[in-house]
Design a protein around this ligand. Structure first.
Ligand code: PEP
Ligand code: MG
Length: 577
């Protein structure tokens, strides 16, 4: 049966493919007692579910299309092994018998015990097998609930046609997708600027978050249309709808090809205002996309992604190589590397249990200042790499003068250390601050006095100013870049920085939203940094704009407060200029 779901489109374009449900089970099952005379029946029900899953795996193994990555069959074999291990296939029967409980509960009790053991394992490879156990258990639970088993994908299916359907994905999960070529992914949770969504954009595949019940409603292998531009998902479409979306997909792709013709055109408005369009990256390999889309620099390298999905931390040399690689690949173009912004929703594997309110906790520079030893390793690596290109260092989450002083002090210490070791670095390396805490935006003068540049992080600035957790889809509807408080802050920060002659960039998701390009231009912004995929859209808006004619509209917007009026003014601003 066809149905449609609405969420938040985080990455444009249309994907049409087969659903693949990603397991991130909460393993919530009901618990009830079974009368003694029914215990043998309950045990038999459990055995039947295990048999069914074993048959599914065996069938799946024979159905793997030729040419699929070797991991596919390795995974199926691994899952078979996990299933056949007595801890999962035999022990729950004992629990059913001794505790006289239902099979689901017995399996859950046994799984919880098993997962606790996994958590204690030192070996990373084995510890990571935890998720495999969960996936296998989920499958048995599904069989117990009488849901249809796995339907193997048709032999023509390849990874490029798979739509990943998950309840939630961490930024680390999404980064792992960079090694694959899925058509799209969709999640029940998340907001427009959650880090998951941010990373999704960098994959350049249509994706939707905040779909709420997609993972419950969509079946494995079901045909799904994902319209990432409008945040619409259509499951099991009829032929007419399918044909329409195939047409729209072709149209979107031909539009993108046309935009590529602008790659080497300089971003200059009709009245001669030059704008720098830089790109945001997460990993060194992203540079390829940066250059392919004609960005003239990297405005934000989120270096913390080098620290995710691993049990050890990258040492100085490894970090140095990563930063140098980017600097060299950019061949003299500016590269702004942000020191690691860990904490909140980006945790290393060795992170301590999170605080009650992680977005307001020990995150980014706060974390760095509490562990100067680890921070100094990164600072040395960054400074060493600065010898090989035009690197600037950007500090996240600074909020006060004393944090700026402590940070500058540590940078000076890192420089002294390199001097002592006779290692070269760029002595003029520029140090800047993200402006993403309202306190920094309001008390900007000290930032303008003590630092070489600033970069506005609207994702966090909006989160903290409007008090909406960017990872919580329940409040995602409150995310509003046009909120008068946000427009007021942006206008004031840009104006004050321009007046002080301190370079100001904007690197939050707002920079890549082409509907806001001309508004930001009108507010005086001349340096935008966004995911590569948006550079050409934004450039097109700039090429057609008249910067001086935009100003009166922006002034009106700054005086307006009603959302309807603000949207009308924005529409006019985009139509007229
Ligand atoms: C921001 O907060 O706007 C930003 C660019 O940083 P991040 O999204 O990584 O928090
Ligand atoms: Mg931020």
């Amino acid at each position: 049966m066809s149905f449609t779901l609405h969420g938040i489109g985080v990455s444009g374009g249309i994907a049409i493919g087969r659903a693949h449900l990603v397991s991130h089970a909460t393993l919530e099952v009901s618990h009830y007692l079974v009368p003694p005379y029914q215990v043998p029946e309950e045990s038999a029900r459990f055995d039947a579910a295990v048999r069914q899953v074993r048959a599914e795996f065996t069938e799946l193994r024979t159905e793997i299309p030729a040419g699929s990555p070797a991991e596919f069959s390795a995974f199926v074999n691994l899952h078979l092994m996990i299933l056949d291990d007595a801890t999962l296939s035999v022990e729950p029967r004992r629990i059913i018998e001794t505790e006289q409980c239902n099979a689901e509960w017995a399996l859950k009790v046994q799984t919880d015990a098993l997962l606790a053991q996994f958590d204690a394992i030192e070996d990373t490879y084995l510890r990571e097998r935890r998720n495999d156990v969960i996936q296998v258990v989920e499958r048995v639970l599904r069989a117990l609930s009488g849901q249809p088993g796995y339907t193997p994908p048709p032999a023509t299916d390849s990874e490029q046609e798979l739509i990943l359907v998950a309840h939630d994905l961490s930024p680390a999960d999404v980064v792992q997708f960079k090694r694959h070529q899925f058509a799209s992914f969709i999640t029940d949770a998340g907001g427009t600027t959650s880090h998951t969504a941010v990373v999704a954009r960098s994959l350049n595949i249509p994706s939707i978050v905040a779909l709420h019940r997609a993972r419950d409603l969509i079946r494995e292998n079901e045909l799904v249309i994902v319209d990432g531009t409008n945040g619409v998902l259509i499951a099991d479409p009829d032929e007419r709808v399918l044909a329409e979306y195939q047409r729209r997909k072709r149209e979107f792709e031909s539009g993108r090809r046309k935009l590529l013709e602008l790659r080497d055109t300089r971003a200059v408005t009709r009245d001669g205002v030059t704008v720098e369009l830089h790109a945001n990256i997460e990993l060194p390999d992203d540079v390829e996309q940066v250059l392919a889309n004609g960005a003239t620099g990297i405005g934000l390298f989120r270096s913390e992604f080098l620290f995710l999905n691993r049990s050890d931390l990258p040492d100085e040399d490894e970090q140095f190589e990563a930063y140098r690689k980017v600097a060299l690949a950019m061949n003299g173009l500016p590269v702004t590397i942000r020191t690691y912004d860990l904490g909140a929703d980006k945790q290393t594997d060795d992170a301590q249990p999170t605080a009650l309110n992680p977005a307001l906790g020990l995150r980014a520079i706060r974390l760095c200042l509490t562990e100067p030893h680890r921070f100094l390793i990164q600072l040395r690596a960054l400074l060493r790499a600065s010898h090989y290109g035009k690197i600037s260092i950007l500090i996240p989450m600074l909020a006060s003068s004393s944090e700026i002083d402590q940070t500058l002090h540590l940078i000076a210490r890192a420089k002294e250390g390199l001097d002592d070791d006779g290692i070269a670095y760029d002595r003029g390396v520029r140090i800047g601050s993200m402006i993403e805490v309202p306190a920094a935006a309001l008390a900007l003068d000290v930032f303008l006095r003590k630092l070489d540049f600033i970069s506005i992080g609207t994702n966090d600035l909006i989160q903290y100013t409007l008090a909406i957790d960017r990872t919580d889809d329940a409040v995602a509807y409150l995310y509003d870049p046009l909120h008068p408080a946000i427009l007021g802050l942006l206008s004031s920060v840009i104006k004050r920085a321009n007046k002080a002659g301190v370079p100001v960039a904007l690197c939050g998701e707002m920079a890549g939203d082409a509907s806001l390009t001309r508004l930001l231009l009108a507010l005086g912004l001349r340096n935008f940094s966004m995911h590569s995929a948006h550079v050409l859209d934004v450039k097109e808006r700039i090429l057609g704009a008249d910067a001086s004619a935009l100003k009166p509209f922006a002034s009106k917007m700054l005086r307006a407060s009603a959302p309807d009026r603000l949207h009308t003014l924005l529409r006019k601003l985009n139509e007229v200029c």
